[in-house]
Ligand binder design. Sequence first.
Ligand SMILES: [Zn+2]
Length: 55
Amino acid sequence: MPITDSTKKQIAQQRRLFFKICFNCGAKNPIGGTRCRKCRGSQMRLKNRTLGAKK
Ligand SMILES: [Zn+2]
């Protein structure tokens, strides 16, 4: 079902794209976090993509 509401679509895209991936365990972490919530590692890469990019 396509999302027609542009605001909801924007939120959904941000939820899907704006997070950090832990280098150690690959866990998804919040964008504002500095440490992995799973293994407490501090090495995390940013998963930031341009909006609108279709997977
Ligand atoms: Zn981790």
